[in-house]
Design a protein around this ligand. Structure first.
Ligand SMILES: *Cc1c(COP(=O)(O)O)cnc(C)c1O
Length: 236
């Protein structure tokens, strides 16, 4: 692939990295508390394969089939993040490939993942997807479902819950996203002491291209960025 592609990516990555650092600085957070997941759903496998050489090895896909294809084409040091809705019949092929699943949106999915994950030699970290903005078209648990869910985790060992994930509604004025992110952090703070072992709510996966700076200010530990890195990409 042409070198202008690499320089495009490098420049975008550097700009975004600076904004991440500034957001961390504004609230006194350490940059290494925030993992940037590059969401590669709009670029080809060839373009995706350029990212590890730029030091970007946390990659996210929202469709299982695409994740399978790219995982096959890319080196093993890539950490794949499943960030979209996962159908139960795709669990067996997806689980061995991923480092984390951000989008566990029902108890049925969680139980099916747990069953399959116990066959692997490692526990798979997952996040519970919360519909914090309460949009009817979105997947995820309602915030008030969380208390009923916690006791059920006592039986769960194959997957480890490590945090919460949400998507804010798109807003021109990103300040309007802040309450959604703050509410996810408050949910985390309220229930993290009640998590049965080995589960925790340490992580907050929140923030996309439009709103990641606000999300970082509100405590995000995983931001999932697509368009801000790849929009206008030379191959498109
Ligand atoms: C596509 C997608 C993203 C990235 O969105 P951008 O606005 O392009 O940064 C993040 N999270 C999820 C779940 C997505 O589906």
């Amino acid at each position: 692939m042409a070198s202008n592609t690499t320089s495009f990516l490098k420049a975008r990555y550097a700009e975004v990295e600076q904004k991440i650092q500034s957001a961390c600085d504004r609230v006194g957070r350490n940059r290494n508390e925030v993992t940037l997941v590059a969401v590669t759903k709009t670029i080809s496998a060839e373009a995706t394969a350029l990212l590890p050489s730029l030091g970007i090895i946390d990659l996210g896909e929202s469709r299982p089939q695409v994740l399978w294809e790219k995982a096959e084409a890319l080196p093993d040091n890539v950490r794949w993040h499943m960030i979209g809705h996962l159908q139960r019949n795709k669990i067996d092929r997806t689980l061995p490939l991923v480092s984390r699943i951000h989008s566990v949106d029902s108890m049925r999915l969680l139980e099916a993942l747990d069953k399959e994950a116990t066959k692997l030699s490692r526990p798979v970290p997952i996040f519970l997807e919360i519909n914090a903005s309460r949009e009817p078209q979105k997947h995820g648990f309602a915030p008030e479902e969380l208390p009923q869910l916690l006791p059920k985790l006592e039986e769960v060992n194959g997957v480890h819950v490590e945090g919460l994930m949400t998507m804010a509604a798109f807003e021109e004025d990103v300040e309007k996203c802040r309450p959604t992110f703050a509410s996810l952090r408050e949910l985390r703070d309220r229930f993290s002491q009640e998590m049965p072992n080995p589960h925790s709510l340490h992580h907050l996966s929140m923030g996309m291209s439009n709103d990641y700076e606000v999300a970082i200010e509100e405590g995000s530990t995983f931001i999932r960025l697509g368009s801000v890195l790849f929009e206008g990409f030379p191959e498109q």
